[in-house]
Design a protein. Structure first.
Length: 103
């Protein structure tokens, strides 16, 4: 999706999330039967993902779309068993071999 070695997301509860501008430009693509990627239909910028079956009530925002993202620090890392050797993770954050299955 990004062409990068990893992606950074901010996970928020669905009821605490709203699009404050540009909602008329949003569209979505069903990546799987459960997962939808929401993006700008004009420029293609990915904005957030939803998966109501596996991650009910959660929205995964692409970190770069969040105002003030430069002040956020990771709390967890997922798919750590596949990380590149050159990527060093903070000792203070949790690391999971795959994606957690419950919120």
């Amino acid at each position: 999706m990004t062409g990068a070695a990893y992606s950074s997301y901010v996970v928020v509860r669905e009821q605490q999330f709203s699009v404050t501008q540009g909602s008329e430009s949003l569209t979505a693509y069903a990546v799987t039967e459960r997962t939808r990627r929401h993006f700008c239909k004009n420029c293609g910028t990915p904005l957030f993902n939803t998966n109501p079956e596996t991650y009910k009530g959660l929205t995964m925002l692409y970190l770069g779309t969040v105002v003030g993202h430069e002040h956020l620090a990771p709390r967890i890392h997922i798919f750590c068993e596949n990380k590149l050797p050159s990527v060093h993770l903070e000792q203070s954050s949790q690391c999971f071999p795959g994606a957690p299955t419950s919120a």
